[in-house]
Design a protein around this ligand. Structure first.
Ligand code: AMP
Ligand code: MG
Length: 345
C-alpha cells in the first residue's frame, strides 16, 4: 500500500510517499528555518503563508520522485493535530481537497504518533513490543507506553516548556541562531560539561520541567558576566566570551540529557518493556545518542534516521499505514477538523 503523507504542523512543509509503512519511495521537506533564523523563532502567520506557497510544489516533487501520481497512490495521510492552527489548516485543507478530487481514502494522523513511527522507516528489524517511547521535540516532551501498534498511554509529560523549546531558548540567550538544538550541540563539543553545574529539577513521578533549567542558565550566565539578576536576558550574550558560551552550552546539554535519563530510568520498571524508542527533533542530539547507545539497560534502543528525526511526511504515511493495519477507518474529507492541542491516544 502506497500512502502520500503530508506534514505542515509547524515550520516544515513536507510530503512523502511510503510503501507499507516502512519503505520510503520519496521524501521532500521544504524548511522555513532560513526565514525564522532571522527572528529567533517561528512566527505562526508567516509559517502559514509559507506553507501555502510550498505545499503544492512539495507534493508534486514527492509524487514525481516516487514515480507515482495522485491516481496511483492508495491513500492520503495528513497531520491534523497538534500544531500551529494556520499551519495545520494549510496541510489538512490541501489533503481534504486532493482526497475528494482523486477519490482517495484520507487518514488524519496525530503528530506525536508520526514522530514515533519515524522509527519504522527503513527498519530492517522488528521492533518488539511493549515499547517505551520518549518523544522529545520543539513542542513536546513525553514518555509513552506503547503496548502494541497504534496504542499509546502517556505516562510522563512536561509541566512547562518542551525540551526542544528549552534548547532553542538557551541558544538564543547565548546568541546562537534558530533552531538552537544543533547549535548548542556544536558549541558544546568545544566546551566543558562540568564547568557550570546546573540544578536537576525535582518533579514528581515521570513528569518533566524545563523552564527552571532555562532560568538557571540565565542566572549562571549573569553571574559569570558579573551582571545583576535584573539584567535583560537578550543582552547577556554580549558579555560572555566564546569559551564561556561553549562551557555553558556543554553544561546545559549534559544537564538536559541527565534529566531525560533520570526519567527514562524511572519509567523502565513500570512495565516489562522490550524496546526503547526515541522520537522527535531532539532525538538528533548526538550526546543523547552516544549516552544511550544501541542498548540501554539490556534493551535495544531505536533512534530515527537523522533525516527523519525532524518533521517530515514519511513518518505521517508510516503512522497512517499502521493505523490502517490496526483497523482505523478513513476520516471524512468533508468534515475533518484540526486541533492545535490534543493528547496522543
Ligand atoms: P520538532 O519539533 O520535532 O520538529 O523538532 C524541532 C526541535 O528539535 C527544535 O527545538 C530543535 O532545536 C531541536 N533539535 C534539532 N536538532 C537537535 C539536536 N541535535 N540537539 C538538540 N535539539 C535538537
Ligand atoms: Mg515535530
Amino acid at each position: 500500500m502506497k500512502i502520500l503523507g503530508l506534514e505542515s504542523s509547524c515550520d516544515e512543509t513536507a510530503a512523502a510517499v511510503v510503501e507499507n509503512g516502512t519503505h520510503v519511495l520519496s521524501n521532500v521537506v521544504a524548511s522555513q528555518i532560513d526565514i525564522f533564523a532571522e527572528y529567533g523563532g517561528v512566527i505562526p502567520e508567516i509559517a502559514a503563508r509559507s506553507h501555502l506557497e510550498a505545499v503544492l510544489p512539495v507534493i508534486d516533487k514527492a509524487l514525481k520522485d516516487a514515480n507515482e501520481t495522485l491516481d496511483t497512490i492508495d491513500a492520503i495521510a495528513v497531520t491534523h493535530t497538534p500544531g500551529l492552527l494556520g499551519s495545520l489548516l494549510v496541510g489538512t485543507l490541501t489533503a481534504r481537497t486532493l482526497a475528494l478530487l482523486h477519490e482517495k481514502p484520507l487518514y488524519a494522523v496525530h503528530h506525536l504518533k508520526s514522530h514515533v513511527y519515524a522509527n519504522w522507516l527503513y527498519t530492517k528489524y522488528d521492533i518488539k513490543f511493549p515499547v517505551l517511547a520518549l518523544v522529545i521535540s520543539g513542542g513536546h516532551t513525553q514518555i509513552l507506553s506503547m503496548p502494541s501498534h497504534n496504542s499509546f498511554e502517556i505516562i510522563g509529560t512536561t509541566k512547562d516548556d518542551a525540551i526542544g523549546e528549552c534548547f532553542d531558548k538557551v541558544a538564543k540567550i547565548l546568541g546562537f541562531p534558530y533552531p538552537g538544538g544543533p547549535e548548542i550541540s556544536k558549541h558544546a563539543e568545544n566546551g566543558d560539561p562540568e564547568k557550570y553545574p546546573l540544578p536537576i529539577p525535582k518533579v514528581a513521578g515521570l513528569d518533566f520541567s524545563f523552564s527552571g533549567l532555562k532560568t538557571a542558565v540565565i542566572r549562571k550566565a549573569q553571574s559569570i558576566a558579573n551582571l545583576p539578576i535584573s539584567y535583560p536576558s537578550h543582552d547577556i550574550k554580549n558579555h560572555l566570551t566564546p569559551e564561556q558560551k561553549n562551557d555553558l552550552a556543554a553544561s546545559f546539554e549534559s544537564t538536559a540529557v541527565k534529566i531525560l535519563l533520570e526519567k527514562l530510568d524511572a519509567a523502565l520498571p513500570s512495565c516489562l518493556y522490550s524496546s526503547i524508542i526515541i522520537a522527535g527533533g531532539v532525538s538528533a542530539n548526538s550526546l543523547l545518542r552516544k549516552t544511550l547507545g544501541k542498548t540501554y539497560k539490556n534493551l535495544p534502543v531505536y533512534f530515527p534516521d537523522p533525516k527523519f528525526s525532524g518533521d517530515n511526511g514519511a513518518m505521517v504515511a508510516s503512522a497512517a499505514f499502521f493505523e490502517i493495519e490496526s483497523g482505523v477507518k478513513p476520516t471524512n474529507p468533508y468534515s475533518l477538523t484540526i486541533s492545535p492541542r490534543s493528547a496522543i491516544s
